[in-house]
Design a protein around this ligand. Sequence first.
Ligand code: ASP
Ligand code: MG
Length: 466
Amino acid sequence: MSRTGPLVFKFGGTSVASPPAIASVVKIVAAEQGERLVVVSATAGTTDALVQAAQQAAGGDAMAAQATIERLSEQHRNLIADLLGVNGADVLGEVVDLTERTIALLRSVALLRECSPRSLDAILSYGERVSAPIVAATLSANGVAAEALSAEGLLITDDAFGHANPIAELTRERVAAQILPRMRYGTVPVVTGFVGSTADGVTTTLGRGGSDYSAAVLAAALDARECRIFTDVSGVYSADPRIVPDAKPLPAISYAEAAELSYFGAKVLHPRTVLPAVEAGIPVRILNTFAPDEPGTTIAASTPKDDTVVKATTSLGGLGMVTVQGAGMSGVPGFAARVFDTTAAEQVSVLMISQASSENSICLVVPNESVKPLESALRKMFSKELARHDVEKVAIEAPVAIVSAVGEGMRGTPGVAARLFSAIARAKVNVLAIAQGSSELNISLVVHEKDRETAVRAVHREFHES
Ligand code: ASP
Ligand code: MG
């Protein structure tokens, strides 16, 4: 199936932070013809610095906040000088202008000693609003006619400041009015990622890391042919390359696999953010700005069937395991409900659950810092049962890690679990608990933190290196 429609490119923070990176961005965009839209992040580190400036201002320290912004301004002005030299005057003016306005905002925050989520969004938008004109001007200077556009008034959201939700129909209308005509005249719009606005123009942001989300929303509004997300790694890997040096980027993964991988620790992108594109049937590709010829990873609603069983092995540390165990609990209705009432009341997020079929025990994997509070809450909840020995113990095991093997090919393939556990056993790793989702998309094991890397390597070797 080949789609028509424009191409959407999104460049992340490291892709726009230095002259060589932006040179690479220009090459990537110039290498394609036809209708294109570029979405940019703030330069790496800028949004963090803006958060800091807002905190300094909210603490009453206007001077410190101003110094933080001026440092950012200087970095961007240096970038402009390096990239555009004397031709950078217009962009320079824009940066100076935006800097002044942001300093004024920070001053009022410092006066009030309070930074509302609405003010914070206005402050944070500085990062993308300065990076977009820099990228647009560099594209233009290199023969790709481009124009920077703020997503305010374009990407329309509700007013949940700090994590605003895009409104697809309104965004589509604005895109039709503002983007399509520009693209038709051969201009490449360079749109601020992360930023949006309410229908009446109040600045919002989509949440940290939100420029992928912007790209996906705009791709959907444009019926784009493809949404290419450029970052500083070559896609989603079969395992964390820091643990498994032989890990390779995966050519294609399904949305469900991407979701599973990110839940269990893979860091490339938050799959929820690309859902608007995936739902619209637009392939999302993760590519490397610094190695643009590598094929990257395509994420689509479903991927062509291949013969891989386990696509990727991932792991998540910093966890602990809490087990409620007792022979008196088997066949007692409501036991699990009381366990989960306790986690809900304690506001503990549970990453994995497993119950033995004897119903003797339920074990929960939770963030390490929740282990102790959860243990005491469970002891309280089951104090009568503990006294009667219907519940024998509430035990904890920490630190532990979850190691997950993920792949749609596991569904209906017999023997995957056996291979997995043999591989783990050969590596002499002790498995503390096991869970398999009923979608058969993943098998997860709990191991001691110290065994985490050994376990990941063993699973990867079994399924990828044979
Ligand atoms: N600049 C924003 C952040 O750092 C959004 C993004 O980079 O995706 O969170
Ligand atoms: Mg980023």
